[in-house]
Design a protein around this ligand. Structure first.
Ligand code: THU
Length: 143
């Protein structure tokens, strides 16, 4: 799905706002994520770290679990992911491998291939989830 520049800007702003609530005291790397659904709803998440470092939850995974918790089982049309502006080389942040798989679950349930807006300092990279996770394993394999 193609979003208007206003829709993209609003989704990115929602991800950025969510990132401000990130609990990332160990990495100091605050991530925000915003999911846009086909009814216009936006569900956000931010990363939640843990003193047991390996238990960190990524922003995208938090957002997807919130969406499932609200009863959503598809309809995902776009995702925005933002990272801190003062870290790294400013390249667009892309969802980690686990998050790609987690996003795929809700996408495949609804038969969509969401646009993923990977936000960098001066650039937004627009890719589809299937480009990030080709030949995905998903719920359709289990029926
Ligand atoms: N992180 C995310 O929230 N999403 C990603 O897709 C990549 C990484 C978080 C996990 C951890 O809290 C911090 O970024 C540094 O890896």
């Amino acid at each position: 799905m193609i979003l208007s520049s206003e829709q993209e800007a609003a989704l990115i702003a929602a991800a950025r706002a969510a990132g401000e609530n990130a609990y990332a005291p160990y990495s100091d790397y605050q991530v925000g994520s915003a999911l846009l659904f086909d009814d216009g709803a936006v569900i956000t998440g931010s990363n939640v770290e843990n003193a047991s470092y390996g238990l960190a939850l990524c922003a995208e995974t938090v957002a997807v679990s919130r969406a499932f918790g609200e009863g959503r089982r598809g309809g995902l049309v776009a995702v925005a992911v933002t990272g801190p502006l003062d870290k790294g080389d400013g390249a667009p942040i892309t969802p980690c491998g686990r998050c790609r798989q987690v996003l795929n679950e809700i996408a495949q349930l609804g038969g969509t291939d969401p646009l993923v807006l990977c936000v960098g300092k001066d650039e937004v990279r627009r890719v589809t989830l299937s480009e990030l996770l080709p030949h995905a394993f998903g719920p359709s394999h289990l029926v």
